[in-house]
Design a protein around this ligand. Structure first.
Ligand SMILES: Cc1cc2nc3c(=O)[nH]c(=O)nc-3n(C[C@H](O)[C@H](O)[C@H](O)COP(=O)(O)OP(=O)(O)OC[C@H]3O[C@@H](n4cnc5c(N)ncnc54)[C@H](O)[C@@H]3O)c2cc1C
Length: 387
């Protein structure tokens, strides 16, 4: 196979963050290579594919990707009590995540990106004023040079530590399965200690007579997942497991370093995901847009130093840092709550105003609304206990 030995930019990882970065750069007229380790784009999938309407519209995603519209969900307390949180308008969509990744990569290729799959990047370094990328297809090794490299390899990538980019040891891990399920029409979210520390679970209607069941928790993910599946099967709500996704970690923390000389990191690798729900598609794509603008400026100036790439870091921090900070605090608070308190908070959701506040919270920017809900509920609890 003919692999170019040099390029303006090499993007490593063809998830949403990498594909979007590559697409934007190619559409600005730069040579961009997109290197992906897997053979099939989007596989193996681990994600539920839920994106906000804001994300869907911002990136003009095609209607064909939509499996479900979400304008309400049922929130279950640890004891199983249900409250429906509803909005008139659609808040989010369930997309086919494999098809989403393929759509984003197809857009990149149509814009002029050269895509190489089964290309495992083993090392990236900055030497002699160039990014040096060492990669392998099968047993064949390649060396590519570029003016700038973008690392978008997801959380837990060894490249992160190797490059000295910030990577948090604090994470939650998610597991998911496709199950047989008839009559599941609404998203349900489960809470409580049966899902582990700070854990929550979900059942999301998927394709016909199928649903996604998953959870996100701090530890022992697989055993909590088995318990959730068994419980739903015992209740007769779901049937057999059709496919189990692999368990994946999601970072919880705000990184300080996402650029070094000649190299930027985008997406989950630098914690561009919501610490509360774990959603990272939208944040990663937004950061990709900021990264590509900074890269273009650096290419025009011919300056690839960390200082020249710093506007990307400053800009994405300006957009996401507050939300990530609040999300981390909220997650830490929720992780401290025993079931009895979650149960009380759940009951207090019946107070007019609290539920409205929660349902009016925007899908991707929910920290302030959630914080207000908790403050309101804690205030009520104090007042109740003083009565
Ligand atoms: C159970 C679960 C459910 C989730 N549900 C949602 C959801 O509903 N909505 C949402 O917004 N987010 C969700 N997420 C989070 C979401 O999946 C991530 O935030 C998102 O995929 C991050 O995108 P990314 O491009 O940074 O990384 P990734 O999507 O992880 O893509 C990284 C790519 O890099 C490739 N790669 C890695 N190493 C190399 C290498 N050395 N060489 C070449 N290629 C490499 C990988 O193969 C992969 O294709 C969920 C996560 C989990 C675990």
């Amino acid at each position: 196979m003919d692999i170019p030995v040099s390029s303006d930019v090499v993007v490593i990882g063809a998830g949403p963050a990498g594909a979007r970065t590559a697409e934007r750069l190619a559409s600005m007229g730069y040579q961009a290579l997109l290197l992906e380790r897997e053979k099939v784009i989007g596989e193996p999938v681990h994600c539920t594919g839920v994106v906000s309407t804001e994300c869907f519209e911002r990136y003009e995603l095609p209607e064909e990707l939509i499996l479900r519209k979400i304008n309400s969900f049922v929130l279950r307390s640890p004891s199983g009590r249900a409250v429906q949180i509803k909005r008139k308008q659609t808040q989010a969509y369930v997309l086919d995540r494999v098809e989403l990744d393929q759509e984003l990569v197809n857009r990149a290729v149509s814009s002029g990106v050269s895509l190489y799959t089964e290309m495992d990047v083993r090392d990236v370094s900055w030497e002699d004023g160039k990014a040096q990328i060492s990669c392998k297809i099968g047993s064949k090794e390649y060396q590519i040079q570029s003016k700038i490299a973008v690392v978008a390899t997801g959380y837990g990538s060894p490249l992160s530590r190797k490059l000295g980019l910030s990577q948090f040891d604090s994470y939650v891990s998610g597991s998911q399965a496709i199950v047989d399920a008839k009559g599941i029409d609404e998203v349900e979210v489960f809470t409580g200690s049966s899902l582990g520390k700070g854990g929550f679970g979900w059942i999301v209607p998927w394709r016909e007579n199928k649903a996604l069941v998953g959870l996100l928790t701090r530890e022992h993910t697989v055993s909590y997942m088995h318990a959730l599946i068994n419980k739903l099967q015992d209740q007769g709500r779901i049937g057999s497991i059709l496919k189990t996704y692999r368990t994946r970690a999601i970072p919880v923390g705000i990184p300080r370093k996402s650029v070094i000389d000649g190299i930027l990191a985008v997406g989950d690798i630098v914690s561009q995901a919501k610490p509360t729900s774990g959603g990272g598609i939208h944040y990663g794509m937004m950061a990709a847009d900021l990264a590509s603008t900074t890269i273009s400026d650096a290419l025009i100036q011919g300056d690839f130093s960390a200082q020249a790439l710093m506007p990307y870091q400053e800009q994405w921090h300006a957009v996401l840092e507050h939300e990530l900070n609040q999300g981390v605090k909220l997650r830490e608070l929720i992780e401290q709550l025993p079931d009895i308190v979650i149960e009380q908070l759940h009951r207090l959701l019946l107070i007019p105003g609290a539920k409205r506040l929660l349902s009016s919270s925007t899908f991707d920017w929910h920290s302030s609304s959630l914080t207000q809900v908790l403050e309101k509920l804690q205030f009520r609890r104090r007042n109740f206990s003083n009565d």
